[in-house]
Design a protein around this ligand. Sequence first.
Ligand code: ATP
Ligand code: MG
Length: 239
Amino acid sequence: MTDAGQDSPRRAREPIALLGGTFDPVHYGHLRLADDVRNALGFREVRLVPSATPPHRAPAQASGDDRVAMLDLAVRDFPGLVVDTREIARGGRSYTVDTLERLRAEVGGRPLALLLGADAFRGLPSWHRFRELFDLAHLIVVPRPGLVLEDALPPELAAQWRARRVTSPEALRAAPAGSIYVQPVTPNPISSTQIRNAVTSGEAKSIAALVPPQVLAYIESHRLYSQPTGTDTHRTHAS
Ligand code: ATP
Ligand code: MG
């Protein structure tokens, strides 16, 4: 990584934003979310960070190499999105807190910002060392269709929400970590589960608008998701 402390002061305050996930496979929901947040907040880049073994959900169906290959193909059309393979390279369980700790050691006091869909945000209290996440990064929460963000948050998360919620994005540059900011984006009701299921049932054509064409071509040529595995669930990604 090259963006440590020797950069200009302005650059040094620009948050490094991360979107973690299984990306099994990546789809336009992920890509537009990351791109919209990047544009709305004026970030130079957003890193997509595929997990190796997600701790609290079924393992990915596609291999890490295939998921990275699809991400690499997908970000070609999205300048400003980059693929960060550190969790795949590390292997084992991918705890976001470990990833953020390592990144923090690399970037010094530069702000870090973790992008989370509202579904992932709600599941946060089950993440490994969840309170420490706020010491390491800001959270940027993106509403997902069908979920009212503030309704029935788990109590320990509601407390964090009350203490840390900011309404000005300047807070994301003013400190290295610790705020929760909500960034609405145009909803894209797409899930990887839906894509895997369509491919498994021989209906890959029906998802042509949901993933970049080069990703669909990769899925077909590598025969990904052609077998049902019984691992498809809508469980929340919790790392
Ligand atoms: P699966 O169906 O396998 O759970 P998914 O589509 O939910 O996959 P993940 O890899 O689990 O994708 O999601 C990674 C991150 O992207 C999470 O923070 C999730 O909330 C967010 N996300 C996924 N899809 C969308 C979408 N369509 N719109 C907004 N955020 C999304
Ligand atoms: Mg999910």
